[in-house]
Structures are given as structure tokens and as C-alpha cells.
Design a protein around this ligand. Structure first.
Ligand SMILES: [Zn+2]
Length: 301
């Protein structure tokens, strides 16, 4: 539960390097899963997609991670993959990512968050290089994959001057065997964990509270939770705000909203500020953190 008088910081995850009033944390997608890379965003947390790169794979399909049931591509419906994955042991591609992180850190950024730095699923990767590295390691399959991913995170950490964080596929139980994400080991290298709980809406929200609770319990570093705020209808905005209220009762470092653009973020603030009924609801049921956030917004919007 809540530790002392720690406050939950409110923040944004954006596609544009633009800060918005009323938010303290700003995460910017500087390298995304389609393969695009952008210049660093000053004063912001720069989010770097590591091994998902649709454009690099189009250029050279042989770099995709491979399994006995085919490559780690969205079009391979033997898996339910949201992105196209490069094999994580591809040295050349790894160096490209690390070099990019190094370049970002030549500027005055807040820090770096790694995203999609892991294996696509348990069956990956069985390319000749991975199989040979695994056999040489003397470790079992799960341990070798976890060690490989933790090793990459350790390397990336060395390039970062500011705050260092990782996102994750939000599976609190099987992340190590599925993706090689070893929360226990990774905690040694990160300042905090960024847990994305994305959805098209939060009309059903018990799972958000459930996963937040699980992650706060198991992760050995502070936790930031991300919710999607790209929806515009009143019903969906209301559901989002109430979900934020419940999530903000947990012991979090921050609560992030993924938005299309800055206007999208301001709309959420304005909706909360003008909705007297919602603010009364926050007061009535003692949502202290969310009340504090909305009161802060009322001074601006
Ligand atoms: Zn491989």
C-alpha cells in the first residue's frame, strides 16, 4: 500500500516532443516499432524501441527472430505478435541501437526508457547464432534467454546519463520464460519500471487495478503505469479518469497517459476540471492523489 507521503506524478507518453502544462513527466517515442528514429527530445524521457523494427526487417528479412513455427512477424498468425521482431543476438543490429542511445545522451535529456528489448515469445529465437550461443552457455533455454536480455539492458544502461527505465509486456508471472524479461535481475540496472496497460477504453477496468497491484508487489524498483488516453468520447474519458483514480491509490512513482498530441492531453484535463460530479466523487470516496492531480489542473485549465 502507500508508503509515507509519496505522491504520484502525472505524466504523458507522446509522439511529439512537446511538453504540456499540468504534467510533470514526459515520455517521448524517439525510436518506434516501425523503425523510425527521431532526434532526442530535450528535458524528456526518450523511449527507445530496441528489437522491433518493421522497416529494417523489410530491408533484410533474414534479421527477423525465428522459431520452428516461422518468423516473428505480425503476418505469421501462428503467433499473436503486435510487432515484427529482430533477433536480439544480432550484434550488428544491437550495436545500431546502442549507438543511437549513446547519441541521445549527448543532448540534455531526462533519461532513456527501453521498450521491446526482449524475445518475441518462448519459441524464439532458434536461428543458428542463438542456438550456438545457447549451447556454448551451458545454461538451460530459459536461463540463457534471460541472461541474454539482462546483458543487453546492462550494456544500454552504460550509455545513459540520466534516469534509466524499461517498459515490458505486462505479464507479471511468465515474462521470464516467455520473453527473457527477468524482473529480479533487471531491477539492478533500472531506476524504475514503466508498465504499459494499454487499451482502447477502460469501460472494463478490473484488470488494470489487478495488474498494477501485482507489479507494485513484485517489482523491486519504483513503478510507473501507463494508460491510453487516445479516446475522445465522454463515456470513455469518464471511464479513463475513474480508472486513473483507482490506479493512483497504489504506491506508484507516476501515472502516464498515452496521447495523440498535446491537445488530446488538454482535453482530458478540461473534462476532469469541468466535471463537478466526478470531482465530488473523488472527494466522497477519498481518492486523495487523483483529487490532488485534478485540483492542480483546475489552476491551469
Ligand atoms: Zn536468433
Amino acid at each position: 500500500m502507500r508508503a509515507g507521503d509519496k505522491t504520484v506524478k502525472i505524466g504523458l507518453v507522446t509522439y511529439t516532443p512537446e511538453k504540456v502544462e499540468g504534467f510533470d513527466l514526459h515520455v517521448y517515442y524517439s525510436k518506434s516499432a516501425d523503425g523510425q528514429t527521431h532526434p532526442s527530445a530535450g528535458g524528456m524521457q526518450n523511449d527507445v524501441t530496441c528489437f522491433c523494427d518493421a522497416s529494417a526487417i523489410r530491408e533484410d528479412p533474414s534479421i527477423a527472430a525465428i522459431s520452428k513455427k516461422g518468423p516473428a512477424l505480425r503476418k505469421n498468425r501462428r503467433f499473436n505478435l503486435p510487432f515484427d521482431y529482430v533477433c536480439p543476438t544480432n550484434n550488428q543490429y544491437q550495436s545500431k541501437v546502442l549507438e543511437y542511445i549513446k547519441t541521445l545522451n549527448r543532448e540534455r535529456i531526462k533519461g532513456v526508457t527501453l521498450n521491446l528489448y526482449h524475445f518475441p515469445e518462448e519459441e524464439f529465437c532458434v536461428c543458428p547464432r542463438c542456438v550456438s550461443l545457447w549451447q556454448q552457455s551451458g545454461l538451460n533455454w530459459t536461463n540463457w534467454r534471460a541472461k541474454t536480455i539482462t546483458g543487453f539492458i546492462e550494456e544500454a544502461r552504460k550509455m545513459v546519463n540520466g534516469e534509466f527505465a524499461v517498459e515490458m509486456f505486462p505479464d507479471p508471472l511468465l515474462a521470464r520464460e516467455r520473453f527473457g524479461i527477468d524482473f529480479e535481475q533487471i531491477a539492478n540496472f533500472v531506476d524504475y519500471f514503466h508498465v504499459p496497460l494499454s487499451s482502447r477504453d477502460y469501460l472494463t477496468n478490473y484488470w488494470v487495478d489487478l495488474l498494477t497491484r501485482d507489479f507494485v508487489k513484485i517489482l523491486k524498483k519504483p513503478v510507473v503505469v501507463e494508460l491510453s488516453a487516445e479516446m475522445l468520447s465522454d463515456e470513455k474519458t469518464e471511464a479513463l479518469l475513474k480508472t486513473m483514480a483507482y490506479v493512483s491509490r497504489h504506491d506508484l512513482k507516476g501515472l502516464l497517459l498515452l496521447v495523440h498530441d498535446s491537445e488530446n492531453a488538454r482535453q482530458v484535463c478540461r473534462y476532469a476540471v469541468r466535471n463537478r460530479e466526478f470531482r465530488d466523487w473523488l472527494e466522497k470516496f477519498g481518492f486523495e492523489e487523483m483529487s490532488r492531480i485534478v485540483n492542480y489542473w483546475t489552476t491551469l485549465y
